[in-house]
Design a binder for this molecule. Sequence first.
Ligand SMILES: Nc1ncnc2c1ncn2[C@@H]1O[C@H](COP(=O)(O)OP(=O)(O)OP(=O)(O)O)[C@@H](O)[C@H]1O
Length: 774
Amino acid sequence: MAFWSRVSQKLRRMLSRPASADLTRYEELLPRIGELEPELEKLSDAELTERAAAVRETERTDTELLIEVCALGREAARRALGERAFDVQLLGTMGLLTGHVVQMATGEGKTLAGALAAAGYALQGKRVHVISVNDYLARRDAEWMRPVYDLLGVSVGWVEPALTAEERRAAYHREVCYGAVSEIGFDVLRDRLVTSVEDLTQPEPEVAIVDEADSVLVDEARVPLVMAGSVDAGVADQEVANIVRRLRVGLHYETDPDGRNAWLTPAGASVVEKALGGIDLYAEEGSDRLAAVNAALHAHALLTRDVDYLVRDGKVQLINASRGRVAELQRWPDGLQAAVEAKEQLPPSDHGEILDSITVQALIARYPQVAGMTGTAVAVAEQLREFYELEVAVIPPNTPMIREDLPHRVYATPRHKLRAIVEEIRKVHETGRPILVGTQDVAESEELAEKLRKAGLSCVVLNARNDAEEAAVIAGAGAYGAITVSTQMAGRGTDIRLGGADGADAERVAELGGLHVIGTARYPSSRLDDQLRGRAGRQGDPGSSVFFASLGDELVLAHAPDVPEGIPSDEDTGEITDAAAHRQINHAQRVAEGVDLEIHRNTWRYTRLIEHQRAELLRFRDEVLRTDAGATLLQEAVPDRYSELSESLDAETLRRVCREIVLFHLDQLWADHLAFLTEVRETIHLRALAKETPLDEFHRTAIPAFRKIRDELEKRSAKTLVEAEITDEGIDLARAGVRRPTSTWTYLVQDNPFDSDAEQALKKVRSMLRKKRS
Ligand SMILES: Nc1ncnc2c1ncn2[C@@H]1O[C@H](COP(=O)(O)OP(=O)(O)OP(=O)(O)O)[C@@H](O)[C@H]1O
């Protein structure tokens, strides 16, 4: 399978379509858009709005439509914001209106280009969601662009967590609605539980314009959004945590170099089995304990405090690996979450039955039309094609980019590297140039800040948990003499203006050379390197960037540990100029990118089946919600009871009762099915032991289980209709034992490391068992 997918990937590359769509067709429209400008300038505001309204009614060719929308949008932006959209922004708008992911560099004005495209779709009668990476940006962009939408006569709203259901419904019924991907996803899940059409908040999805598209569509694609009901306290297995804490790597367990798997050695298994009272972990009865031991071992061996998570206010807070900041709403799957809490000796957090869940990728797949914008799309062009059938369009910058990207600097060890970074910061800071340092994780940020303090350099460490605060700090990162230390993409989406947020000192800072960006190590993907670099040199500003790396960096140790012998380094500074070291680091990054892609593919292979089943179930649920399908089903299942009830109840009440009963059981059966699939996935590598591949085994189990839902639904619904007390008032669901959860809560799940590497884990367990048995 993996072999064939590699072959097809190679073939595609050989025959490869270019990474970027050809923009000539749109460039040719720019003069025609320009020609309309004098005419539009003469219109009053009301006339401009009227002309925009005419777009809704007039039949036009696609080309005429692009020209009219761009010309109107440019004029509206000029009046409403004092910003006349540049030609390149209109190219971006046209790229979005034709369903591309447009690549526009940082600071080129994606917010406006996106808003004009959203308005263009709305004027064609389509409802648009502009999907942002967080709540703060959703609201900021909606409010910022509102005057433009007003002039174009397009209604706009946004959703954020604090809104009531009524307010959400109002926002989603605007023509354009801004929202964070998690917020929109949670509403999709909440809508899954309604029992009457009036309670739905979202109309059918039509167009999604995804901001920071690579981050949402690729980095976060496999994150499941979850809705759980009826909160209970979880259970922590302190006993297992205490046993695992004493295990030693190499002797009792081993780990993959890339840190994605840990497994017990035969010696480790014996120690654990003895400590648990002499049980056999690998016998059928031991499988619960084995799952707990696996989770505890994973928490102990592979998850590091202050790198993968923080402990704050008595809680474990996950760090989002691609954004390098606390992931507020995220938790690991229950077993692992409880294991990390037990490792940190914290009380177990709440835990509930999962009612439904959807991955970001499946959420996006609901939209018939998708477009996106980001500073870095080309590097993931192949994935956007493979997973979303989206093409990338590269938009040139408005003013040529003059940032100087200095050669990478490589050191023998992380210690040498850190010393050189502090020295670099000191030297550049002396000139007054602002410096932005991007680190790999929170622990590294704090270590560096401490070193800087000792060297007499004061800096701001961006660790904020609040997006608005974070945006304010990052906005000031271009001020004279500022040193800002930030993990990865903190503050993404916020412009860094030279001379501070108000640009007061802009000229002075520009004369000094602008913002200097320092990467303290290469990231696991070149795209993340580019995003950090892109913080400098916005809109033709001067600026520079440099990356430091060492042969002892995490990236190299995990992905290319066989460093050739004898690479010379400077005796004092540890600096390496030999090209072999540079090659080694580039190679490590390419391996890391490949591993990530394989994991994405692998996870998608599992989730695709679940999403397929979910879509089928939802089609049926929707039919029950909107039609009399529930009544029909029950009338056929228990005709006597149905006709008895139709004599005593009015027809509408009976139909409602049937609908409520069927929906209740359908939702319950789906929640049970999801729980079953989760269990199958988590133990698939154990269950599949001497059999075929885990994925085949998963399908073999999941498909018949899903088919049974329909029969079971009929049986359970009929039983409730027969046994429940039903009066003119309807049915008392609680008394009939079919009470819906009184409260629900939503969260995101951090990528489950067990699932994604099930195949590898399987190999490890098999080989361990062979050793143990021999
Ligand atoms: N046509 C224009 N004329 C003048 N200023 C503009 C124009 N378009 C955008 N700007 C300004 O450029 C700045 C950057 O815009 P914006 O934040 O949308 O960039 P971006 O591409 O989203 O950057 P990032 O990658 O940081 O999200 C803003 O201050 C905005 O007001």
